[in-house]
Ligand binder design. Structure first.
Ligand SMILES: Cc1cc2nc3c(=O)[nH]c(=O)nc-3n(C[C@H](O)[C@H](O)[C@H](O)COP(=O)(O)O)c2cc1C
Length: 329
């Protein structure tokens, strides 16, 4: 049993999100209560090729543990080789296999959610990775199925459990749904009841949910939070505070939010030392923009954040935003 499920623990995972769950954001979420974090997915072939950008995106700090690295691909041997390389050089707490990505550039290569249409191959990939990693746990993440006519989550769960995968995250949507519509927690529940490895429920969790109720109602062993945490790492704290004392923790002030933006920027600066500042700011654009949702004048701020060329411009923008708020108060 993975240690973070032992003794009645009920972990909150930060969902892997390409373009967002970088080393900076993972650190912030961990500090604000996420129990387990996962890197964005990386292509197994790119790992084997030694693609520097890809390797850089999965590095992590000791404080982030337990930390998983998620890989995707369509060939069992390549996936096993890539997983082994990652474990040998970074020693993550687990390797996670992606069987949920709906993007065309992934599914057209028969990877991600496309493997839900080929459960024997999915099982072969899982088995190869498990066998290649005698000392590192392997977990998987799936969607419910390709479309509403082909819901295979229970079947896939059984295949996955049988080959020695140690936990399964289920995003309660089909590939055809993308990110739209309601997540189907009844299917997540059915899978949780039909296999014995921990099932982690995922899909549209936000601050209005009571995590204890989700645990009881759907028999899941943990929860995974995605979009609602973007720009809002406090969400983890908030979800937990309701359990601890029944009261949601107070909303962070704009000043606290700016502090977080600065902290995030410092972590990124420290990690991406090889990038010129305008290039790094370009890389961080989407992530910085996600932090200012709900700020006074957010539209203008987003616009300026996405055009930043230097750290000085970022500091100036923060100062301007804070003094505008002071003037208003
Ligand atoms: C921008 C973005 C990038 C994502 N990248 C990944 C990824 O790399 N690997 C993965 O398994 N899921 C990925 N997902 C899916 C999320 O992990 C999660 O399953 C999905 O967003 C549903 O959870 P939510 O409703 O809490 O957002 C991504 C989602 C978004 C919005």
């Amino acid at each position: 049993m993975l240690p973070w499920f032992q003794d009645g623990m009920f972990p909150l995972y930060l969902a892997p999100m390409a373009g967002f769950t970088d080393i900076g954001f993972r650190t912030l979420c961990k500090e604000k209560g996420a129990d387990v974090v996962v890197s964005e997915f990386v292509l197994a072939d790119a790992i084997i090729r030694g693609d520097y950008k890809v390797w850089n995106s999965i590095e992590f700090t000791e404080e982030q543990r337990p930390m998983g690295v998620q890989i995707f691909g369509s060939e069992a041997d390549t996936m096993a080789d890539a997983a082994k390389k990652i474990v040998d050089s970074l020693n993550p707490d687990f390797i996670d296999l992606n069987f949920g990505c709906p993007a065309k550039k992934v599914t057209c290569k028969n990877a991600g959610s496309s493997l839900l249409k080929d459960l024997p191959l999915l099982g072969e990939i899982c088995q190869a990775v498990v066998q290649a990693l005698p000392n590192c746990p392997v977990t998987a993440k799936i969607r419910m199925g390709w479309d509403s006519q082909t819901i295979v989550a229970i079947e896939a769960g059984k295949v996955i459990e049988d080959v020695g995968i140690q936990a399964l995250a289920i995003h309660g949507r089909t590939k055809a749904q993308g990110y739209k519509g309601d997540a189907n927690w009844d299917v997540i529940h059915q899978v949780a009841e039909s296999i014995s490895i921990p099932v982690i429920g995922n899909g549209s969790i936000d601050a209005k949910y009571d995590i204890c109720k989700l645990r009881e109602q759907y028999s899941v062993s943990g929860l995974m939070v995605g979009r609602a945490a973007l720009g809002n790492p406090w969400l983890f704290q908030e979800l937990k505070s309701k359990v601890d004392d029944g009261v949601a923790s107070p909303e962070p002030s704009i000043g606290e939010r700016w502090e977080l933006v600065m902290r995030y920027s410092e972590i990124m600066k420290g990690h991406y030392t090889h990038l010129r500042e305008d290039m790094l700011l370009g890389l961080m654009k989407g992530r910085l923009v996600s932090f200012v949702t709900g700020f006074p004048g957010a539209r203008k701020l987003r616009n300026r954040l996405s055009r930043l060329k230097s750290w000085d411009e970022l500091y100036a923008l923060r100062d301007e935003s804070l003094s505008a708020i002071e003037l208003r108060a």
